[in-house]
Design a protein around this ligand. Structure first.
Ligand code: 2RA
Length: 340
């Protein structure tokens, strides 16, 4: 006996990956539906070796469906997630809409799977921001061993985090640099992204930080520990897929780099790639399509007491979105929606 699963936003980058990963991990599916906006009606999407025709979200009836993975914007989620939840279908939402709602669990299974039981308050579970997910997977095992006091993180976020238009902009702008007359002006981003980096993701807040940076603070506190002080600088870089993060951690107690490496090597969801030689570290192009959160450049920070530096890389469409959502569905099924 399996589950009746709906992927909402099935034609987007994350929606595609949700279908791919449900099939790859052989999630127990009885029925599967691919749903998207009316303009995508009838578009064919793959689910393993099957082909699904997308159905119209406006007409879709969620009654009789068990789990809906949502990968659409917050506005559409606001309209349709409550309808799905009211019809008895548990929503796992990748938008930011419900992440900060005290009645909605925000889950990274390797960190706080137990919190899934809170889904029943609104029949909704929130998926974290991509840059948060890979960070807390690495922080959790270290926090358990040597309580984290403060984290400073700089992110290097790929354009797929913005969406298809951004991928096209990077591609066309890069090509246009080499072909006179084919220059492509910035449209998705405020400045040129080809051969450039942009220290601005999402909107600016009154304190000068951006909402992306605020999300990392708020979500790390909700998922891991509200006592952790975190400051972030989120940067867009000319990479298609794969978010990277340079992370500085200050612990309450001393922990040496060897013990950090050993702990991370044993931690769920993590692969350590860490040799002090050319190529002995992970880079974004190597994480594409992988499930793992990769950690490299593990080293003591001798400028403070109890300090350690890390380099964390993961596929932002997978662990940063679709994989984490499917993992939540797995935990939900195993712990809360037992079938047969
Ligand atoms: C980004 N984290 O990278 C945001 C949304 N996916 O653009």
């Amino acid at each position: 006996m399996g589950y009746n699963v709906v992927v909402v936003g099935a034609t987007g980058n994350v929606g595609h990956e949700m279908l791919n990963i449900l099939a790859e991990r052989e999630f127990p599916v009885d029925k599967i539906a691919a749903v998207a906006s009316r303009r995508s009606l009838g578009t064919e999407v793959s689910f393993g070796d099957k082909t699904l025709k997308t159905q119209d979200l406006e007409q879709f009836d969620f009654k009789g469906w068990d789990i809906a993975l949502f990968a659409i914007g917050s506005d559409a989620t606001k309209e349709y997630a409550p309808k799905a939840a009211a019809a008895g279908c548990v929503v796992i939402d990748n938008s930011s809409l419900y992440r900060y709602d005290p009645d909605v669990p925000l889950i990274v299974p390797e960190v706080n799977a137990d919190a899934v039981v809170g889904y029943s308050k609104k029949n909704i579970i929130a998926n974290p921001n991509c840059s948060t997910a890979q960070l807390v997977v690495a922080l959790k095992p270290l926090h358990d061993r040597a309580k984290i006091k403060r984290v400073v993180v700089a992110t290097y976020q790929s354009v797929s985090g913005t969406g298809k238009e951004a991928i096209d902009e990077l591609w066309n702008q890069t090509k246009g640099m080499y072909v006179p007359g084919q220059e492509v002006a910035p449209k998705v981003y405020p400045k040129q992204i080809a051969f450039n980096v942009i220290p601005h993701i999402d909107v600016f807040l009154d304190d000068g930080s951006t909402k992306e940076e605020w999300k990392m603070v708020a979500e790390t506190k909700k998922i891991l520990d509200k006592s952790i002080k975190l400051t972030a600088t989120c940067v867009r870089v000319p990479v298609f897929v794969g978010h990277s993060e340079a992370v500085n951690i200050e612990f309450e107690d001393f922990i040496d780099e060897e013990e950090v490496r050993d702990i991370l090597r044993e931690a769920p969801g993590i692969l350590v790639v860490d040799k002090r030689e050319a190529g002995g570290y992970i880079t974004p192009v190597e994480c594409v399509g992988e499930y793992a959160t990769f950690v490299s450049r593990i080293r003591q920070d001798s400028t403070i007491d109890n300090g350690v530096n890390l380099w964390i890389v993961s596929d932002n469409l997978r662990k940063g979105a679709a994989l984490n959502a499917v993992q939540i569905a797995e935990v939900l099924g195993q712990r809360c929606l037992k079938k047969g």
